[in-house]
Write a protein that binds this ligand. Structure first.
Ligand SMILES: [Zn+2]
Length: 311
C-alpha cells in the first residue's frame, strides 16, 4: 500500500545563488524517495507502477506519466535574469521528437525570507508592445519598463505563463510551478555566467510569448487566516497555507488528486490509515491520491503549504 512519500533534495548552484529542488519529475532530474519500502526509487518509477493511485484518476488522464508539478526553494543572492515562460500550448508546439516531456510554465512564489530592500520584477509597469521592448533592449533602458515590487516574508506572487518576471537579490522563495524548464531570457544585466561568458538570451522567443499588458496589483491577496488560507486557485494548481497548533483533519476525497506538503516552519506528524510520517521545515511530502484521509498533528506551532490539483 502507498504511504506519504518523503524525498531527497537536489541542490543546484547557480550564477545568482542556489536552487534546491524539493520534488521533481522533470526529465532525468527525478526526486528519489527517502522513506519506506519505496526508498531509492525515483518519482517517475513510482508513477509508472502506481499511476492513478499516486496522482489521482483525473490528474493521470490529463498528464499521464508526467508528474505535473515541480517544487523548489530558490535563494537569490543576486538578481535573476528578466525572463518569461511559454504556456502549455506554446510549449507543446515547441517540442520535437526525443525532447524531454514538459509543460508550459505558470509558477508561484511564496516569500520565505527577504532582506529589507528585497523586491521582485513582475509584469510591465504600463501597457507596452514588442517594438518598444525591442528598442528599449537595444538602448539598455528595459528596466524602466519593468514593474518592481517590494516584497517581505509571507508575500505571494502568481506568475502566469507570458508574464515578464525576475527574482531579485536578497529574496528566498518556495516556488511551485508546472513541470517545465523552458525559460526565455529577455535581459541578463550584461552579466557573465559561471563560465565567464554572457549567458544566452532568447529575445525573439520572449517577444513572441510576452503579455504586454500592465499589471497594477501583482501580489496575491491571500484569502482567509488560520488554520487554512487559500493562496492560489489556478487551473494548474491550488495552494493553501496551513497554520495550526492543534490537530487538523484533511479530507481530500472530493478532489481525486495527490497532495504535496511543504514545511515552512515547525514540525508536524502526517497520520494516515496505516501509519505516520514526520514533516519538518523545508521538507516535502507527497500524499498519494489513494490516501484521502489525513490528520496533521503538529509539535507546537506549524506552518506549511498544501498543494493539489483541483481544477
Ligand atoms: Zn520564471
Amino acid at each position: 500500500m502507498l504511504y506519504p512519500l518523503l524525498f531527497k533534495t537536489i541542490t543546484k548552484p547557480k550564477v545568482w545563488g542556489r536552487e534546491v529542488w524539493l520534488l521533481s519529475g522533470y526529465g532525468d532530474e527525478q526526486s528519489v524517495v527517502d522513506n519506506g519500502f519505496l526508498k531509492g526509487n525515483s518519482l517517475g518509477e513510482v508513477l509508472e507502477v502506481y499511476m492513478d493511485e499516486l496522482v489521482g484518476g483525473k490528474v493521470y488522464d490529463r498528464y499521464g506519466m508526467l508528474f505535473p508539478l515541480l517544487f523548489k526553494v530558490i535563494d537569490a543572492n543576486d538578481n535573476l535574469s528578466i525572463q518569461v515562460h511559454p504556456d502549455d500550448e506554446q510549449a507543446a508546439a515547441m517540442l520535437s521528437e526525443g525532447d524531454v516531456e514538459q509543460l508550459g510554465k505558470t509558477e508561484m512564489w511564496v516569500v520565505t525570507d527577504a532582506t529589507d530592500e528585497a523586491s521582485i520584477v513582475l509584469g510591465f509597469a504600463r501597457q507596452t508592445n514588442a517594438e518598444e521592448v525591442k528598442n528599449s533592449l537595444a538602448e539598455n533602458t528595459i528596466m524602466q519598463l519593468m514593474q518592481t515590487v517590494p516584497v517581505k516574508k509571507g508575500d505571494v506572487a502568481l506568475i502566469k505563463a507570458g508574464t515578464v518576471h525576475a527574482l531579485c537579490k536578497g529574496t528566498q522563495v518556495v516556488e511551485i510551478q508546472e513541470t517545465s524548464d523552458i525559460t526565455f531570457r529577455l535581459y541578463d544585466y550584461n552579466r557573465p555566467g559561471m563560465d565567464g561568458k554572457l549567458r544566452e538570451l532568447h529575445i525573439p522567443q520572449a517577444l513572441q510569448v510576452l503579455d504586454y499588458s500592465a499589471m497594477p496589483h501583482p501580489l496575491v491577496d491571500v484569502k482567509g487566516t488560520r488554520p487554512v488560507a487559500n493562496v492560489v486557485n489556478d487551473s494548474h494548481f491550488t495552494t493553501n497555507r496551513l497554520h495550526f497548533s492543534s490537530p487538523l483533519q484533511r479530507d481530500y476525497a472530493p478532489y481525486d488528486s495527490f497532495v504535496v506538503y511543504i514545511g515552512l516552519s515547525g514540525q508536524t506528524d502526517i497520520v494516515y490509515e496505516g501509519g505516520m510520517e514526520t514533516l519538518k521545515a523545508h521538507q516535502v511530502c507527497l500524499v498519494p491520491a489513494g490516501l484521502p484521509d489525513i490528520q496533521l498533528v503538529p509539535k507546537g506551532e506549524c506552518e506549511l503549504l498544501e498543494t493539489l490539483i483541483v481544477k
